[in-house]
Design a protein around this ligand. Structure first.
Ligand SMILES: NC(=O)c1ccc[n+]([C@@H]2O[C@H](COP(=O)([O-])OP(=O)(O)OC[C@H]3O[C@@H](n4cnc5c(N)ncnc54)[C@H](O)[C@@H]3O)[C@@H](O)[C@H]2O)c1
Length: 437
């Protein structure tokens, strides 16, 4: 890992830019403001609540992560973004219906100041949505230029010293990497030709990276996970991360599956189904957007369970994932899992999970942590894919030829060891022999 600068306390304002100001983004913005005012606590956020052990267990050095590593303070954050609807963050949060109206009312004056800029949007890529608050241009390249103008104006208006971008917009249709995405010259040529293999999310990512702004992708879209944009990130010395916030059912999968494997319990099948009724659910009701999500959700078990290494235990398991749009539920998703496992001598057992979760409540702290850690990476000169942030993603981006690490506990160890490494602290291996010498 290349770290070219020393960690120092950041000065000035950090602007967090979000394409997509829907349920997740507004729950995040309202939440940060509520925490700043002391109305609530930032549960679910590792940067705000987590600790890190340093040195030996006998040393009792366990600072909070935010005291150990120089991250931006919540008071130094401002928010901006784009959406295809003109609603302010207050109006969008009210419509999303995630947060209690009483809490929203208390942060209303602030939320009303956060207004989206006009989006780069094309319905080809998100079939179930159509909006009016959209830019007009001939080519993707022209759109990128307009986004850059937005970003520069935002930075000036809000007196930002640094910016990060986190994609919180709808899931786009499934796109495969092709020659267009192979390298930067091919990609830029396609931008100028408005090629159909370029999606709006790639245009946002291109604009951000061109201006040296880190980009994290909260949806499963291909977006920045293509050689051309990784090349641009390395060239401009900016970090990138993705894809698809790890919340809900997949979070549960990456907590449980490593446990089953650790005890050498076999798996015959894992059936997962969800009902949700928010706008995300409506978008995912379209088979092409669902396909993008499905790919992201399905890969997790294969990588954790390693059927090639454990053919007797995992070679033949059946894995099915369904998402059903059911409006009465709003953002309060219900996810059922039926897990058919087997143990000693092949005797079958079953596990049932019924997770009554709240999608945006689980996603909002991830947006915060990613924004703060991406800003840290940028200040340290850590360019390109930030694999140490896999902890937050369903489909972690990784170097070619590597397999992604999905096990939540390995991901957490990787993240914390990266923080220790940054601060020149000893890495923790959990060997522990020294206590018994
Ligand atoms: N909530 C979770 O637990 C979770 C987990 C993983 C991933 N995600 C992903 O995060 C994203 C946001 O989720 P959400 O629940 O906030 O959805 P949402 O539908 O409430 O918000 C998405 C917003 O993006 C806007 N949008 C769509 N295309 C756009 C474009 N090209 N430019 C600007 N704005 C655009 C929509 O108008 C909408 O307001 C989705 O892609 C979702 O799949 C969410």
């Amino acid at each position: 890992m290349e770290i070219t600068k020393k960690p120092a306390k950041p000065k000035g304002t950090l602007g967090i830019l979000m394409p997509g100001m829907g349920a997740v983004a507004t729950t995040f913005i309202a939440g940060v403001e509520a925490v700043r005012r002391g109305y609530a606590k930032p549960f679910g956020s590792l940067t705000q609540m987590g600790t890190i052990r340093l040195g030996k267990r006998t040393e009792n050095r366990v600072p909070r992560i935010k005291d150990f590593i120089p991250l931006a303070e919540l008071d130094d954050i401002v928010f901006g973004g784009w959406d295809i609807f003109e609603d302010s963050a207050f109006e969008a949060a009210r419509k999303a219906g995630v947060l209690d109206p009483a809490l929203l009312e208390r942060v209303r004056p602030f939320l009303e100041t956060v207004r989206p800029m006009k989006a780069v949007f094309d319905q080809t890529y998100v079939k179930r949505l159509s909006g009016t608050w959209v830019k007009k241009a001939k080519t993707w390249f022209d759109y990128a230029e307009q986004l850059k103008e937005d970003i520069i104006a935002f930075k000036e208006r809000e007196h930002c010293d640094r910016l990060v971008m986190v994609w919180c917009a709808s899931t786009e249709i499934f796109l495969k990497p092709t020659d267009v995405h192979r390298d930067l010259p091919s990609f830029e040529k396609a931008l100028k030709a408005r090629n159909a293999e370029i999606a709006p999310s790639m245009v946002y990512a291109y604009a951000a990276l061109s201006l040296g702004i880190p980009f994290a992708n909260g949806a499963p879209n291909l977006t920045v996970d293509i050689p051309a944009l990784i090349e641009l990130a390395r060239e401009k010395q900016v970090p990138v991360a993705g894809k698809d916030f790890k919340t809900g059912q997949t979070l549960m999968k990456t907590i449980l599956a490593p446990g089953l494997k650790a005890r050498m319990l076999g798996l015959n099948g894992w059936y997962s189904t969800n009902i949700l009724g928010n706008r995300d659910g409506e978008v995912l009701d379209d088979p092409e957007s669902f396909k993008t999500k499905e790919e992201s959700k399905l890969s997790v078990l294969e990588y954790i369970l390693q059927p090639k290494l454990y053919p007797d235990l995992y070679q033949k398991f059946s894995h099915v994932v369904r998402i059903n749009y059911y409006p009465p539920r709003g953002d309060n998703k219900e996810g059922w899992d039926n897990i058919d496992i087997f143990g000693w001598l092949g005797y079958p057992m079953q596990i049932k999970i019924d997770f009554l979760c709240r999608d945006s409540i689980l996603a909002a702290p991830i947006v915060l942590d990613l924004a703060l850690f991406m800003d840290l990476s940028q200040r340290l000169g850590m360019r390109g894919i930030q694999e140490w942030l896999s902890f937050y993603f369903k489909s972690p981006m990784h170097a070619p030829g590597l397999y992604p690490e999905h096990d939540l506990f390995i991901q957490l160890m990787k993240l914390k060891n990266t923080l220790r490494f940054i601060q020149g602290e000893e890495l923790i291996t959990h060997l522990g022999q020294e206590y018994y010498d």
